[in-house]
Write a protein that binds this ligand. Sequence first.
Ligand SMILES: *[C@@H]1O[C@H](CO)[C@@H](O)[C@H](O)[C@H]1NC(C)=O
Ligand SMILES: *[C@@H]1O[C@H](CO)[C@@H](O)[C@H](O)[C@H]1NC(C)=O
Ligand SMILES: *[C@@H]1O[C@H](CO)[C@@H](O)[C@H](O)[C@H]1NC(C)=O
Ligand SMILES: *[C@@H]1O[C@H](CO)[C@@H](O)[C@H](O)[C@H]1NC(C)=O
Ligand SMILES: *[C@@H]1O[C@H](CO)[C@@H](O)[C@H](O)[C@H]1NC(C)=O
Length: 466
Amino acid sequence: MLFITLDKTSICSVLLFLCFVVNSVWAAGLNEEFTWTRIDFAWPSDGKLTPRLAYRGSPYESADEEAFYFRGPTNAENVAIKNHSIINTQQTVNKTKSESVTSRGSIDYRYVNNIPMGANVWGDKLFITIPRRRLGVPSTLNYVPLNSINRHNVPLIPYPNWDINIFSNGSENAQNFVSVYRVAIDSCDRMWFVDTGIIEIVGNPQTIKPHQLIIINLKTGAVTHRFNIPADYLTPRTILSSVTVDVTKDTCDDAFAYFPDLAGFGLTVFSLSEERFWRVNHNYFYVEPLAGDFFIAGHNFQWSDGVFSVELGELKQDGFRDMYFHSMAGTHMYKVSTKIIKNQTLATRSYHGDDFEVVGDRGPQSQTAMADLNKSTGVMFLGLVNQNAVGCWNTNSNLNTISIVQKDDERMIYPSDVKVYGDKVYILTNTMPEFLYGRLDYDRVNFRVWSNDIHIAITGTRCQRR
Ligand SMILES: *[C@@H]1O[C@H](CO)[C@@H](O)[C@H](O)[C@H]1NC(C)=O
Ligand SMILES: *[C@@H]1O[C@H](CO)[C@@H](O)[C@H](O)[C@H]1NC(C)=O
Ligand SMILES: *[C@@H]1O[C@H](CO)[C@@H](O)[C@H](O)[C@H]1NC(C)=O
Ligand SMILES: *[C@@H]1O[C@H](CO)[C@@H](O)[C@H](O)[C@H]1NC(C)=O
Ligand SMILES: *[C@@H]1O[C@H](CO)[C@@H](O)[C@H](O)[C@H]1NC(C)=O
């Protein structure tokens, strides 16, 4: 009877011991959904670019005058679903000069500086963000159709459009997106993100506008909310590179957003119904001094990133959730109830007693950038940056059951984003340490979006419910 339904799960439940032994062999892991050697875009028509020629003299203007004129009849909407090799023939690129710097009218595009940091999914869109950490990023918030026929080097389509993504230095159009690290998508079909407002030109960062929380209605593509985050709730060192939204389908107006501040070592909180921010301080948000050494892609370096991402569990009896959090330079997992975080009085009191709990130590080399959690099963996925791996932990089990879903020292370098959407998990790997400390080869695949059904991904790991 059992061997008629001969799948891994049923064998595992019968032959527990065997299952333990062949665990790593059987882990189904993740599939490469999309790959890029370098990032390219679905360019708009010349007509749209012309008005932008005004930005002469701004620090963002390309020094290189070599022109890349886009001549194809394409527009942003229909490009990516076509065959990319056809699109390529419609672009006239003269590669005789410096290949890495091309200027399309006023759009400064240097593919070497376009490193995707965030990925997320809604409906048939796979969103890809590229923060402006260097010059030459034409558009910071983008997507590709999830159902693209092509899966390799699919050009990014600016979201919701080109106009709002093209760099504006603030004096002309303060509404444009400057720099977005990662986005959250909530159960009310909204996208939330922080526009840091900063162009991080190395050694000379340009602050274009204050940190801004932006909410987009994904059904219409309209920006519905913008809130400047008051300086009182930030620090001079602040970096807000992710956001987690706390809401249910039935309480869309009563949403909270949590912003871990990885360099300011705190948590900024926002209440949508009150349109108010506050800031939570705790020593658990800091870097763990003994866990700051990284060895990735052949490079040794030290990072000092504190609280990096927060993950929310399912609603509990008391109407609140467990909020899990961790520092990137750290190996511990912590938790606190949102009963504390959502109540400004409790969240900001100077003595926190035992509100904040240490869940445990994940073990050596378990430094984690982003993580996300499937609320109904309690399974968390973790981007194990120091192991070129993705891990999982079933939050209903002891932390020492943390398992490797997949590890690949060649193809999984730097899992920069981890998102659970519906019954699937999505991971973006971007080879960032090689970009920062070495040299990327833009003729090899550097950027990947991996995914799989959650249950298949954890098959054979200790994250499965038995
Ligand atoms: C913004 O653009 C205006 C007009 O082009 C220019 O005068 C100004 O210096 C620029 N400011 C920054 C911060 O780039
Ligand atoms: C894309 O177009 C090229 C050239 O026309 C063709 O060789 C290739 O098979 C096409 N690929 C797909 C996936 O349609
Ligand atoms: C590329 O540039 C070279 C040298 O400037 C020129 O001779 C050639 O015609 C150009 N090719 C195209 C396709 O524009
Ligand atoms: C916040 O917590 C305090 C102390 O427990 C309580 O008195 C107050 O009613 C709470 N506020 C809200 C909005 O729940
Ligand atoms: C968790 O996974 C289940 C299927 O396994 C899915 O139906 C559900 O939408 C997921 N929940 C969340 C919050 O992602």
